[in-house]
Structures are given as C-alpha cells and as structure tokens.
Design a protein around this ligand. Structure first.
Ligand code: HEC
Length: 483
C-alpha cells in the first residue's frame, strides 16, 4: 500500500525470490555452515597425525568453499534482501521494525564471517611455518565455523517468526519475536541438515581429489562419514521435532489445496524425498564408514543431489504452508496487515494506496481501476501471463465459456474460504467489481506489465501517514480517515 508495485510478469515475483533464495540456502548449508567444521576437523586431524596430506586436502576443499561462498553465496544472500524488499517492502519493513537489533547483529556477524574466511584461507600456507602458528590457524577455522553458524542462527529466528510469531502478536517485543515457537526446532533442523549436507559434499569432493591415494582416501572418507552419520541421527530427531511444532492451521492448507495439483505433488515429493532420500543417504554413509574404499563415487554424488533436492523442496513447502500470510496472523502475503482489513474493506484500498492514480471508481475507469486493484492485491502471487498466471487460473475455472465478471466477483469474494492459501479480498465492493471486470477482459486480450508500477503522484498526506510509519490510520481513531 505504501510503496510502488514492483512486478516481473514472466517468472513472477514468487519465483524471482525462490530461485535466488534456494540457490543461496544450498550454498550456505552445504558449503558454509556444514562444510567449514569439516575443514577444521581435517586440519586438526592433519596436525594430530602429523600427516601433510590431510592439510593439503583441507586447503584444496577450502579453496572451493572460499570461491563459491564469497561470490555466488554472498551475492545471492544480498539478492534475497534486494528482491524481497522490492516484491514485499511492507513485510521487510515490518521485519526491520521487529528485528532492528537482529539486523544490526547480523551485519556485524556477516562482516566478521567474511573477514574470517579471508584470513583463514589466505593465511593457510604461511601458517605452516611453525606448530604454534598452525595451532592458531586452526583456531581461526573453528571461529569461522562458529560465526557461519551464528549468521544462520539469526536468520532462522526471522524465518521462524514469519511462520508463527507466537507471543509476539500480544507482546510485541524483540525477545518474544526472536524466541518464536518455531525457532529452536527449525534451528535444530537446519543445523543438522546442514552438517549432513556439508559432510556429504566434502565427501564427494574428497572422492574426486584423492584418486591417486586409495589408502588416504579411505581414512578421510571413514572419518567424515562417521561425523556425518552422527549428525544424520540428530537430523531424524530434529525433523520430527520440527514437524510437531508446525501450527495446525498450516496443515489446513494441505486438504484445502487438494485441487492444487502443484502443491500436492510438492508435498508428497517432499515426503518421498525425506523417507527414501534420507534412507539412501544413511545407507551410503553407513557403507562408507564400514568399507570406505569400496563405495562407488556415483553413490556419493547421488546422495548430495538428493540432499540438495530435499532442501529445495523443503523450502518450497515451508513457504507454501505459511500462506496466506507473509508474517503469520499479522500480515497477509499481499503486504496488508490483518488489522488494516476492516478499514480497507470499508473505504477501499485505492483510497489508502500511496501510489494509485484512481481513487474513485466510475463506469468509465472500471477496467484501469480494476488493474490497479489487481496490482495491489494479487500480483505478489500471480502474474498476468507468466508463471502462476491469473489467465491460466481463470481458464482452468471457466475454460472457453465467457468469463463473466459477476461470476468472477462472486468467486473472489469467497476465495479465502475456497482456497485458504489466498488472503481474503481486502478492498470494498466497488473495487471487487472493478477487479472482476478487469479480469474478464483478460479472456480476450492480456497486456502484461513489468517493472515498477507507479500510478499517480502520491499525495503528501499518504506519504507521511504511511511511508514513514508504515501505519494506516486506525479505524476507530479520531485522526483516521474522515468522511
Ligand atoms: C498468497 C498468494 C496469493 C494471492 C495474494 C492471490 N492468490 Fe490466487 N492463487 C494462489 C495460488 C498459489 C493458487 C493456486 C495455483 C495452482 O493451483 O497451481 C491460486 C489460485 C487462484 C485461482 C484459481 C482458484 C481455483 O479454485 O482453482 C484464482 C481464480 C485466483 N487465484 C485469483 C486470485 C485473485 C483475483 C487474487 C487477488 C485478489 C489472488 N488470487 C491473490 C496464490 C495467491
């Protein structure tokens, strides 16, 4: 409501964030949080056994980690915040208000992490000069592993908060937001999953890097496989714990979404991946502990790919079951707060949207007004012609019959009841009708729009009321909208 609408019609706003975020999470879990402790473990073992081969291998693995995490890893991490703040600035705004000090801490920890990985990688060779220097260098590695976990631990607080803010809804304090009901279970789940992913990825690379020394390969594989299998056991418990704290209403999405083929298949493929995938990975790790020299490399590679797929699928399902909210019970995915609904449904959203060119709907401006309503209320999830396009949805529902605006309006009025994952329609009756008229025109002709939509010049009173404080006037407050 307070910001211009940013829209990419081809891949859609959801996919834009999803591509970037899933790539980032895979790199973060497999190559930072889960891999760095393995590097320190290898370095430590090399020191203990006085065998330089461990050290050389650890350094080669770290080189790959260093290059990928400081380039694609760091860029996609920043990319999440850029894309998310374009697509849903209201949600990011609320998160910053709640987690202001968390953001600040995250920034410090992130900068420390980047500095530590620079120091750890760049000083590796010079640390070989003395046993004392080597020991100090190992400490750097342990610190680095700890900091990379702390960055994740802070972000997971925000992710858990978005799923279920818990007591924060009543208390509105930073601590109640941080200690949301999902925090510890999700942190346990991600930590253990990251350790298994990191271990498995390092196993794969070790396999590739030790082709000329089978004895040494077997020792490394046995050690890292034992480490990973221990985490794998913890992962099973963490998954069960996490599953148990998912609020009941989120499961409601699953039966309601029965006709959402896409979702049903994601959800069942996640279950399938979890059960079959984890058993397979467990079996590979177990054989690798027992007979490390004999496991075929393809099994390691298959395990890594399965773990990546599992994580990607997990993120998709997690994001889906949070719907219709972007912040559980506080803000809907369309960026509108639950508490602002009564006001908007009374006055209309266009009256309160900072960037809207039409405020009052007439017979002449219905279609353009409807498009603005569509931008404000549907485009966070739907495109016109691209992925999850509104046209394909309407086509699925009404086929080649004439798309009648009153039928569409009747659907939208109840869409939240019919499909729980969609927020209720936030506007008033006139806007509902305008939206339906606009949607019915899409049957014949659909012009997609892209980029930043700035409709009209914001009124100064809208800017000061909304943009800076993010607060719409309270419905009951005397300084609210006076009619
Ligand atoms: C929180 C995201 C979200 C928002 C906001 C949203 N939708 Fe949806 N909508 C979805 C998803 C997801 C589907 C299901 C896609 C699928 O089945 O593949 C869907 C499906 C639909 C369908 C087909 C429903 C059916 O029964 O098959 C229609 C029609 C629709 N949306 C219209 C709208 C309109 C109009 C708006 C804006 C007023 C809107 N949606 C806002 C996420 C959203």
């Amino acid at each position: 409501m307070d910001f211009p609408i940013f829209h990419i019609d081809f891949i859609g706003n959801r996919m834009l964030i999803a591509f970037d975020a899933i790539l980032h999470v895979i790199i973060n879990h497999a190559l930072a949080v889960g891999a760095l402790p393995v590097i320190a473990l290898l370095e430590h073992t090399g020191i203990r056994l006085k065998d330089p081969r461990w050290d050389t291998l650890a350094y080669r693995l770290l080189k790959i980690i260093f290059i990928i995490t400081t380039t694609v890893g760091a860029l996609t991490g920043v990319g999440i915040w850029f894309s998310a703040s374009l697509v849903n600035p209201a949600a990011i705004g609320s998160l910053i208000r709640v987690f202001f000090w968390g953001w600040f801490a995250e920034w410090i920890v992130f900068v420390t992490e980047v500095s530590l990985i620079m120091a750890y990688f760049l000083s590796w060779q010079s640390a070989a000069r003395s046993a004392e220097a080597k020991q100090k260098h190992l400490h750097l590695g342990i610190f680095l592993a700890a900091f990379s976990w702390i960055t994740m631990a802070i972000i997971v607080a925000i992710l858990g908060f978005m799923m279920d803010p818990g007591n924060w809804l009543a208390e509105r304090t930073l601590i109640s937001g941080l200690l949301n009901p999902m925090y510890f279970p999700q942190l346990a789940f991600r930590t253990t999953l990251a350790m298994v992913m990191g271990g498995m990825t390092m196993i794969c690379l070790t396999y590739l890097f030790t082709r000329n020394d089978f004895g040494f390969r077997a020792s490394v594989l046995r050690l890292v496989s034992s480490w990973s299998i221990a985490w794998m056991l913890a992962l099973v418990f963490a998954s069960i714990w996490y599953y148990q704290v998912i609020p009941q209403h989120m499961f409601a999405n699953i039966p309601v979404a029965v006709t959402t083929q896409e979702f049903v298949s994601w959800n069942s493929s996640l279950k399938w991946l979890l059960i079959v995938g984890l058993s397979f990975v467990g079996w590979v790790l177990w054989s690798s502990v027992k007979h490390p020299g004999t496991v075929h490399g393809a099994k390691y590679i298959a395990s890594v790919l399965l773990l990546f797929a599992m994580l990607g699928q997990f993120e998709r399902v997690r994001e889906f079951i949070r719907k219709p909210f972007i912040i559980g019970n506080y803000m809907y995915a369309n960026g509108i707060r639950v508490e602002d609904y009564p006001l908007l449904q009374r006055d209309g959203i266009l009256q309160h949207a900072t960037y809207a060119s039409i405020r009052d709907i007439t017979d002449d401006n219905k279609v353009s007004a409807g498009r603005e309503v569509f931008e404000q209320t549907c485009t966070r999830c739907h495109t016109v012609n691209g992925i999850n396009s509104i046209r394909s949805q309407l086509k699925k529902m009404y086929g080649d019959k004439l798309w009648q605006s009153d039928v569409i309006a009747a659907y939208i009025e109840n869409m939240h009841g019919a499909r729980y994952f969609m927020p209720p329609f936030p506007g008033n009756k006139a806007e509902l009708n305008a939206l339906a008229v606009y949607l019915s025109t899409l049957q014949k002709r659909a012009t997609a729009f892209n980029g930043v939509q700035i409709n009209g010049i914001p009124k100064p009173d809208k800017i000061s009321a909304a943009t800076f404080y993010g607060a719409l006037p309270n419905l009951d407050a005397p300084h609210g909208v006076q009619k």
